[in-house]
Write a protein that binds this ligand. Structure first.
Ligand SMILES: Cc1ncc(C[n+]2csc(CCOP(=O)(O)OP(=O)(O)O)c2C)c(N)n1
Ligand SMILES: [Mg+2]
Length: 593
């Protein structure tokens, strides 16, 4: 035991856990913590963006790239209230963030000091943050910090990872106690559970007896780092793979067995395979409305006619929307290894058993390519959306990281981007928080300094966090922002116009005096912040501009004018009841029986 200030104990614990960064913003509540970090600058670095939302998106993206968590630091009251949205993004997508928040001094609890939330309970930030974290901890004495730190980091990275909150009253940073720095907590995937032998046998039977099997993977496979096992499983048994956005790249999406994403904005072969399959093996995937055509039978999936094996590390996800024929609570990699070992024990599967299925899949793929590919070659001004995806794919090497934002721009990437490796395509999937891509890119770059990081962000999304420009300059973080500029919150404008007969209000950007389309000159805005920038209006210029921006190896913004009126093809459905859903705009060969 040593006599130590609470803030120093926290710093030593973070350093001991090999946490290299704290992303945070000052406030009177956390100056004690900042002072401790000041003394440790050679071992842990504070990066201080201009908005707390950005700090948490950065930490979230850092984790998604490296599978190692970092901490955020915010002050009491408003600063910490600014992290609710990005924590919800992290929670929805199972991303780990250690969110350290400051609170008022314990001796002032319940006296309504400056910035205390106390209408129902003293120093009540834990109740504000509660729905968006795995757990909130509020130690009230320095000697309670070691346990709280240990439990917080272990909770964050165990089982299904997620953000946790450590809420620290002001006095704890400064006061001393006789304490010991706890040993480092477990890293991600330190403890992996598997399926029971009976379930492995039953799953293998179902898979080997299937004639139209498909695997559906989600973020669970990425988090479990099971890409190699998934690829081996798919290739050995010839089973195609459908992926949710955060699972993309676990199998190289150039592999003929990779069918891409499913749902309204999915690829046609994925929806066709999903709705015609006789057995679906879902691993670490959720069947949320967007990857299940809002659960409308026959659009993406066809349960219960189709048999379902559903494996997830989180029991609450198994059978949430579709009761499985076989439900399994297990780590994705362990389960895939168990399946591979069981397949080894069985007689070799007859390769011909899936011949008809593979023929159907290649027919669907040919139809889809014939429909979509020609549009990828069209040059136009404003630029066709397909060209942006095609040129990004051509310019960015396999290890490059895409930090995607929210909106119709994201729909195009989900449908057509081919991730070649895991953890290279970051998506705010479950919560779709605007700003995740533009801000997350900074954290992604700190996680992988040697790889290009490109944010694909809408004009609307970028305008929510434009101060990321300052942070990139202040900390010399060379990311590229591609602003998909269509002068609108276009994804919502399209829903509004489609639902309400073409009436538009509040979904496009107009200049007040003449009602013409309006946006700031993003390139000028970037330059005023010290960031290099180009405006791209012609599709012929985009590829070269992107190459130049990536090579420049400094913060760079490309303002790219994209045609707002070309919508991605719908190959499934999406419904917001009571609004009726739209039929797919491209094909659906499933005939109800
Ligand atoms: C923080 C936040 N506010 C609002 C929304 C609702 N929303 C979803 S997409 C969208 C429009 C996105 O506009 P933009 O970034 O320009 O992308 P586009 O659809 O035009 O490609 C909005 C407002 C959201 N997801 N997140
Ligand atoms: Mg837009």
């Amino acid at each position: 035991m040593v006599q130590m200030k609470g803030a120093d104990l926290i710093t030593e614990y973070l350093v001991g856990n090999k946490i290299p960064y704290v992303f945070g913003i000052c406030g009177h509540g956390n100056v004690g913590m900042l002072d401790s970090l000041y003394a440790a600058t050679d071992r842990i670095k504070l990066v201080s963006p201009r908005h707390e939302q950005v700090a948490v998106h950065m930490a979230d993206a850092y984790f998604r790239v490296r599978h190692e968590a970092v901490a955020t630091l915010t002050s009491c009251g408003p600063g910490s209230c600014n992290i609710i949205m990005p924590l919800a993004v992290a929670l929805s997508d199972s991303s780990a963030v250690l969110a350290i928040t400051a609170n008022v001094p314990t001796s002032q609890f319940n006296r309504s000091p400056f910035q205390e939330i106390n209408r129902h309970f003293q120093a009540d930030f834990p109740n504000i943050v509660r729905p968006v974290v795995k757990r909130s901890y509020q130690p009230t004495r320095v000697d309670m910090l070691p346990l709280a730190l240990r439990q917080a980091t272990s909770t964050m990275l165990s089982g299904r990872p997620g953000p946790v909150n450590l809420d620290v009253p002001y006095d704890l940073f400064q006061e001393e106690a006789d304490v010991e720095v706890p040993p480092p907590g477990p890293v991600l995937n330190a403890r992996r559970g598997g399926a029971s032998p009976e379930d492995v046998t039953a799953a293998t039977d179902m898979i080997l007896n299937a004639r139209r099997p498909v695997t559906f993977i989600g973020h669970g496979v990425t988090l479990s780092e099971a890409g190699q096992e998934l690829t081996e499983f798919a290739q050995r048994l010839g089973i195609p793979v459908i992926s949710s956005p955060n699972g993309m790249g676990c199998i190289d999406m150039e592999d003929p067995l990779s069918l891409g994403f499913i749902g309204r904005n999915g690829a046609f072969p994925a929806n066709e395979a999903g709705r015609h399959a006789d057995v679906v093996l879902a691993i670490g995937a959720r069947f949320d409305d967007r990857s299940a055509s809002s659960w409308l039978p026959g659009y993406s999936w066809n349960f219960p006619q189709t048999k379902l094996i559903h494996a997830d590390i989180d029991a609450a996800e198994v059978g949430r929307n579709y009761p499985p024929n076989l439900g399994i609570v297990a780590d994705a990699r362990t389960f895939l290894r168990q399946l591979l070992a069981e397949v080894d024990r069985r007689p070799a599967a007859n390769a011909e058993r899936l011949a008809e299925w593979h023929a159907s899949i290649s027919r669907w793929r040919t139809e889809w390519d014939a429909f979509t590919r020609p549009k990828f070659d069209i040059h136009a001004s404003p630029i066709r959306p397909e060209r942006i995806v095609a040129d990004c794919q051509a310019v960015l090497a396999d290890g490059a990281i895409l930090a995607c934002d929210v909106g119709v721009n994201h729909n195009w990437f989900m449908q057509f981007w081919k991730a070649r490796r895991p953890q290279t395509m970051l998506n705010s999937w479950g919560f779709s928080g605007m700003g995740f891509g533009a801000a997350g890119a900074l954290g992604a770059k700190l996680a992988a300094p040697e790889r290009p990081v490109v944010a694909i962000t809408g004009d609307g999304s970028f305008t929510m966090v434009p101060h990321v420009l300052c942070t990139a300059v202040e900390y010399n973080i060379p990311v590229v922002w591609v602003i998909w500029n269509n002068f609108a919150w276009a994804s919502i404008r399209d829903i509004q116009m489609g639902t309400f007969g073409g009436r538009e209000l509040g979904t496009a950007f107009h200049r007040g005096d003449n009602n013409q389309p309006y946006n700031p000159d993003f390139a000028a805005w970037a330059k005023a912040s010290g960031v290099d920038a180009l405006t791209v209006g012609k599709s012929e210029d985009f590829k070269g501009a992107l190459e130049h921006a990536v090579k420049a190896n400094k913060p760079f913004l490309l303002d790219v004018h994209v045609d707002a009126d070309i919508s991605p093809p719908a190959t499934g459905a999406w419904q917001l009841p009571p609004t009726p859903y739209n039929e797919p705009t491209f094909g659906n060969s499933w005939v109800p029986t």
